[in-house]
Design a protein around this ligand. Sequence first.
Ligand SMILES: Nc1ncnc2c1ncn2[C@@H]1O[C@H](COP(=O)(O)OP(=O)(O)OP(=O)(O)O)[C@@H](O)[C@H]1O
Ligand SMILES: [Mg+2]
Length: 429
Amino acid sequence: MITPQEIQSVKQRFGIIGNSPLLNHAIQVAMQASPTDMTVLITGESGSGKESFSKIIHSLSLRKHGKFIAINCGAIPEGTIDSELFGHEKGSFTGAHEARKGYFEVTDGGSIFLDEIGEMPLGTQARLLRVLENGEFIKVGSSKVQKTNVRVITATNVNLIKAVEKGKFREDLYYRLNTVPIFVPPLRERGEDMVLLFRKFTSDFSEKYHVRPISLTAEAQSVLMRYPFPGNIRQLKNLAEQISLLEEEREVDGPTLSRYLPADNSRLPVALTGGNRDSEAMDFSERDILYKVLFDMKKDMNELKKLVLESYKSGGLNQSIIQKHSELFEDMDSNLKPSESHDGGTSYMPLVLESQKSSNQDPDEYEEEVIEDIIHEEDDNSLSLEKKEKEMILKALRKHNNKRKYAASDLGISERTLYRKIKQYEIDQ
Ligand SMILES: Nc1ncnc2c1ncn2[C@@H]1O[C@H](COP(=O)(O)OP(=O)(O)OP(=O)(O)O)[C@@H](O)[C@H]1O
Ligand SMILES: [Mg+2]
């Protein structure tokens, strides 16, 4: 019998916030299933928090000292997934210069988490069924049957029964995987958890960005709890980040919060996706990117404001232009911001850029350059979200030496979405 205290301590250990009965039940089932070797199927909408459950199950199992490998079936190209999972022999296909062990071989004695199992190709499903039934597998290009002892944990945010009906998922495998089903509830069915999670995320972000934490009025809390959150916790986390960064008033009321909540999916910027949307999961991953693009643009905008102000202070820009648009500069650092002078008029603290101090540039010439820069920036950046997105993806890939897993995690999107975007933008790696 699992006690409420034991459930509580698992939540603490795995950073799971919430206290709703549905969540507690899911954790309890995971804890009961852990010490067995049964195959587990974790279901739940995108962003509901399925990933932590795989870790709970492995960490509380008798295999906890064995290997744990998480594989996103949707992120591995169809042509290589068999070889990744089961290995291949040298020369078994073009480019197979060496023999390679697959995850099922190297994880012998441990657990494998097969995420987005609904994306697994039918051929691979047949191999998986065999390994689940009797621990047998055969490397690609080999005829030798090998044995392994791996606990399989799977997860999906698509309806596998529908996939079975459409002939995309093997019915026998579905029943085999579903020995222990764990249903992770959608956020909208978790009541007060929404407020707890929002508080947790805004407090995390206030530390990360060194800003005062956001709090919600009672009215805003009920707005939050009435919102359906189709993107679940991932969407709530994005919302908390967005408000933490953009909202000046740190106590958020109902109408303000409503402004941040999209009425429905149709308000999401569709142009960014370039068609080919095959599951709801993507919408929110794409929204993650979009938020980041917006933050990036806001940063650019602030840089531009700084540039204009600095050039004004050095005498390069016409004072009347700045005064006419003074509201644009309201959110600037106080050392850059326009301030009241003794005679009541607006004046600016003297600040001269190093590069300009030494130059004897004609102010008119400098003004032209600034304006050119601004026009150039607009052409380059703000008008093309897609271009910006591609740039961010390239940046992330470069930063992580083309390791998609880390690049995807840095971008806050799934590997599968990254893989799709790489194809969409024809990025060479
Ligand atoms: N109970 C929770 N407490 C705190 N954070 C959570 C909780 N559940 C999920 N999260 C966070 O929410 C985000 C989404 O969770 P996760 O990646 O597990 O979703 P998922 O169900 O696997 O979605 P998908 O089907 O799209 O892969 C992650 O950043 C995760 O850390
Ligand atoms: Mg997941």
